[in-house]
Design a binder for this molecule. Structure first.
Ligand SMILES: NC(=O)c1ccc[n+]([C@@H]2O[C@H](COP(=O)([O-])OP(=O)(O)OC[C@H]3O[C@@H](n4cnc5c(N)ncnc54)[C@H](O)[C@@H]3O)[C@@H](O)[C@H]2O)c1
Length: 261
């Protein structure tokens, strides 16, 4: 974060404004649009939401007027409007990972099945990814980091958001010569009722069900006691999702115990 202001000002002066593509214009997405509109060197160039009203509201909330906004239905339109310097609104989130001028894709939907698609498509298209969607990051963040490395781009959380703040604290403590007990956190447990956290090692050792993998198609195979954590033998997970398939790939990369089949 140090010197970020001068680096961004330099990008602005050189005409190399970072054009971001934001998916999800809810509470956080709207906040990001507003903040970025105030900044030098970076802009919310294209914003997508399944509810177009949310995108338009986010732009208006940031003080961006209708004549600066263009609605894109196709990739070609999005590319054209971005080149014209317009703020592009769309309800086709797939465009974000493909648009020529997008340098960085940001998922702010909170929907893991959206997060996995946006992030994998963007990273494979050599675009940096900022993952605000912790619900996705907690399930497949390690895989996405590796995918970013393989494609020469960055996969990261966001400074100021809790996971980013934890990393900054970790880095500072380590630099100060402190011994840091590293915890890779997996969100585990139930669906909307009860959750817990565990290290990735504990998850693999005990076969805990990772929180984000439980959806409405998950079938219980056994009764669960109140407060009991779900383990893989208790449920039949929905294996059809991209999130499940990607977690399976992550398991193959890192597991030393229970893994998804
Ligand atoms: N609200 C906070 O204080 C806060 C803080 C830090 C991180 N976050 C994270 O930010 C993310 C979003 O949280 P929020 O509070 O803004 O949620 P929200 O429900 O207000 O916004 C989510 C937006 O995503 C849109 N969306 C859903 N599916 C979509 C799709 N397929 N394509 C495009 N858009 C889609 C929704 O229409 C909605 O506008 C979550 O991952 C959350 O954990 C939130």
């Amino acid at each position: 974060m140090l010197n970020m202001d001068t680096k961004l000002a330099k990008r602005q002066e050189e005409g190399k404004v970072i054009r971001t593509g934001i998916v999800g214009a809810g509470q956080m997405g709207r906040g990001m649009v507003t903040q970025m509109a105030l900044m030098k060197g970076i802009m919310p160039a294209i914003v997508s939401d399944i509810k177009m009203d949310n995108v338009i509201h986010a732009f208006h909330y940031a003080g961006i007027s209708d004549d600066q906004i263009a609605v894109a239905e196709t990739l070609e339109e999005a590319n054209k409007y971005m080149e014209m310097g317009k703020f592009v609104a769309t309800d086709h989130s797939d465009i974000i990972a493909q648009a020529n001028l997008v340098e960085c894709a940001i998922d702010v939907t909170g929907v893991p099945e959206v997060g996995v698609k946006i992030a994998t498509d963007a990273l494979k298209n050599h675009k940096h990814v900022v993952m605000m969607d912790v619900e996705t990051d907690v399930v497949i963040g390690s895989y996405l980091k590796k995918l970013g490395d393989q494609n020469g781009v960055i996969y990261t959380g966001s400074a100021g958001d809790e996971p980013g703040a934890v990393m900054e604290l970790y880095s500072f403590a380590k630099a100060m010569g402190m011994q840091v007990k590293v915890i890779t956190i997996d969100g585990i447990g139930g669906y909307t009722t009860y959750g817990s956290i565990a290290t990735a090692e504990e998850t693999y050792k005990n076969g805990y069900v990772v929180y984000g993998l439980v959806n409405k198609k998950t079938r219980m195979l056994k009764d669960v006691r109140k407060g009991q954590l779900l383990t893989l033998d208790m449920v039949e997970l929905d294996t059809s999702t991209q999130l499940y398939q990607t977690r399976k790939m992550q398991d193959r990369m890192y597991h030393n115990g229970y893994a998804l089949k």
